[in-house]
Design a protein. Sequence first.
Length: 184
Amino acid sequence: MKKIWKEIQGWGIAVVIGFVLSLFIGIFVIQPYKVDGHSMEPTLNDNQRIYAWKVRHALDKLPEYGEIVIIDSRVDRKRSFMDDLREHPLIKLLSGTGEEEIFYVKRVIGLPGDKIEVRNGHVYRNGEELHEPYIKEQMESGMDQVWEIPEDHIFVMGDNRNNSNDSRSIGPVPQDHVMGIDSF
């Protein structure tokens, strides 16, 4: 009986260590995400799996222009460590919570202090038109818009500009809402 109990203890400790290690890696190092929708075509496709490096998120570092990032679209609220914990795939699996569509995969267009303008279907950063070979098609001309990117925020857009919910509608994204940077 003692031998069986020792075996159970050994397995229990291994499972707990594995669980804690998985949480640590998923919160601070790398985490899988699924592209949901067509807003990043042609770069990324609907239902494509991507892996986000979270080290910069954990260290509170800004992404660079042109990088593809995963953001929490709920920009009107503060994020906490508990959000990171609750959103970990293992915790979601164990708690039975469904997939909320709060995470967006987008491209970084503007950083703090930048002035982003959309005019006549073109994007300008600090007065210069961006050369964007990655976009799917010319953006439909709509209402001209201008944003001043505040400190500790970024501006993101999808590569399929005519089919993307991004900073044009949700506004600049707080730096702590950048969940990770795509590693592809």
